[in-house]
Ligand binder design. Sequence first.
Ligand SMILES: O=C(CO)COP(=O)(O)O
Length: 259
Amino acid sequence: MTRTPFIAGNWKMNLDHLQAIATVQKLAWTLKDARHDHADVEVAVFPPFTDLRSVQTLISADKLPIAFGAQDLSQYDSGAYTGDVSGAFLAALDAKYVIVGHSERRTMHGETDEVVAAKTAAAVKHGLVPVVCVGETGEQREQRGAGVVPVEQLQVVLGAVSPAEIVVAYEPVWAIGSGQAATAEQAQEDCAALRRGIAAAWGDQAAADTRVLYGGSVKSGNIAGFLREPDIDGALVGGASLDVQEFAAIARFQQHVGL
Ligand SMILES: O=C(CO)COP(=O)(O)O
């Protein structure tokens, strides 16, 4: 199976539902104008929860070639979990994806590897494709070696969940929102280590099929370098995904790579 390149926009806590409608409409037009061939690259947006119903309605009514997902989900199906959102509710909205274990949730909401594993299992159970985020700090990378901490984080998830379609996103903490992206070589080193981790836990086929993304200060100016690497299958884009022209330019990375 070939891995379809995946360009995902994590909006984080930006854009309300009205802004979401305008943004997705504009994105669809921009991609269409540029003759974006959606068979070659999959584009997805991850808006805040309150936007999802509006985004779903727009995408399905106009049959837009854009996928969408949520930024988090509960590990539980339903019950007394104030403020949380079940994977069942996301599936009912036709969300295809859900981000789990973003470093902002790990640090600001105390999500452990075990919680991330439980959320990944919940996503799979409800038919969502989890985008499992892992990443190390600069210090951890220096002290323990490239890929060691992210592979450990991923191992907890893979050990707790039966093989299923997942996407893995390598997001080094120092590169997120800093304007200082990892180099393509650094990102390749870690993404290759993650793929070996998938092979060790789930077998060679799963490793060959699973898309591994890089995230952290991705822009139209550096995307091509990442996608040239053999183990990087796309990008999880934060800040630059809020600018439609810039995000569309990232989605058209093939033009920069000359593929
Ligand atoms: O955290 C990220 C995506 O999930 C990356 O954010 P930036 O692209 O803003 O660095």
